[in-house]
Write a protein of this length. Structure first.
Length: 380
């Protein structure tokens, strides 16, 4: 019982000594921080605390083992030496790792600053170097990925704004080919091929229905920009903000524009073959003479769209909302209109309906009849 009491008493004394040592180490660290700086002060504090712990550990082991023979004392010293060696090794590994992390962060910061300076250069070649340097940094540093994408998007909004509409109604020459500035095109290429992890997350609903939205997809903001003639084939522009963007003659072949905001966008003569526009917001967009063959427009918001002469061959318009859309001269051959809302469309003819596929719940404008083939397919 006496041994247990002495053991408990010694344990309390050791704990008290450790607390006192910790308090003194903190005080020493604060004083050293004022004299030597924060990083040096932390190192000194750790060293002082470690020295006190070693001394107390030696006292405790000497009391607990109570060596009497020289061989026992030798074993005690060896055990303590092994403990200290292991602790020193682990501490060395930690400080080495931490130093590498700090150096890496410093290098990334330096590279980022240099790339931003290049991006602001007046020389095209230097700007291009800055753009691709930022892409490399975004690949190397996950923490800097989103800020870099925002910087590049802001550059496009600043240097390629869409000109205000004068309301003159002047029609551009359809044979004139627009060419995008090389640095703007380079940024669009980087934005379109960025790596983004996605996880199924929250859900957006509305009159169009319900669609899943990816939680981790970065929203690229390019609203109200002039991107005429841009090459965006097979790019990732999910949930992108492309409202009021001028995309005339743009190449968006097989691009992923899922749930993107394209309200009021100008997509005249744009290439949208096999493009994913499911769940996209396209109200008021202009797609005159655009090619949408094989495009997916499931649950898309297509109200008041201008689709005159648009090519919609094989396009998937399942449950799409087309109220007020102008379909004059549009090619709907083999288009999938199952569950689509067509009751408020303009310019839609019986011939166009006969060339498309639909079902018994497809809503048609007054005066147009449902083809018999639609009902037969539904019953089958």
């Amino acid at each position: 019982m006496a041994d247990d009491s002495e053991h408990g008493k010694l344990s309390r004394e050791i704990k008290r000594a450790l607390d006192l040592a910790r308090a003194r180490a903190v005080k020493l660290a604060h004083n050293a921080e004022w004299v030597f700086g924060r990083r040096t002060a932390r190192v000194l504090g750790v060293v002082a605390f470690f020295a006190v712990v070693v001394a107390l550990l030696l006292v405790f082991l000497n009391w607990y083992v109570a060596p009497t023979e020289p061989s026992e004392k030798k074993d005690l010293v060896l055990a303590l030496a092994q403990i200290l060696a292991g602790t020193a090794l682990l501490s060395g590994l930690y400080f080495t790792w931490r130093t590498m992390q700090v150096n890496r962060e410093g290098q990334i910061t330096e590279r980022f600053t240099r790339a931003i300076d290049q991006l602001g250069s007046k020389e095209l070649e230097i700007r291009l170097g800055g753009i691709y340097a930022l892409e490399r940094i975004a690949t190397d540093s996950e923490r800097d990925h989103r800020p870099i994408m925002e910087v590049l998007s802001a550059f496009v909004r600043q240097h390629a704004p869409r000109a205000p509409q004068d309301g003159s109604g002047e029609v551009e020459d359809p044979h004139h080919k627009h060419r995008l500035a090389p640095d703007i095109q380079a940024i669009l290429t980087v934005l379109g091929r960025r790596s983004s992890t996605s996880q199924s997350g929250w859900i957006v609903g509305g009159p169009r229905g319900w669609i899943d939205v990816d939680r981790e997809v970065e929203q690229i903001d390019l609203h109200s920009t002039d991107l005429r003639g841009a090459y965006l084939a097979e790019t990732d522009l999910r949930v992108a903000n492309l409202q009021e963007v001028d995309l005339q003659e743009a190449n968006l072949l097989r691009a992923n524009l899922w749930a993107a905001n394209l309200r009021g966008a100008d997509l005249r003569r744009a290439r949208l073959e096999f493009t994913n526009l499911s769940g996209a917001f396209l109200k008021g967009a202009n797609l005159q003479a655009a090619t949408l063959a094989g495009a997916e427009l499931r649950l898309a918001e297509l109200d008041e769209m201008k689709l005159q002469q648009a090519i919609l061959v094989g396009a998937d318009l399942w449950s799409a909302q087309l109220w007020g859309a102008n379909l004059s001269g549009a090619n709907l051959g083999a288009a999938k209109l199952h569950g689509a809302h067509l009751e408020g469309t303009v310019g839609l003819t019986q011939e166009q309906i006969d060339e498309a596929h639909g079902d018994e719940i497809t809503e048609l404008p007054n005066g147009l009849r449902r083809p018999d083939s639609w009902i037969v397919q539904t019953n089958e």
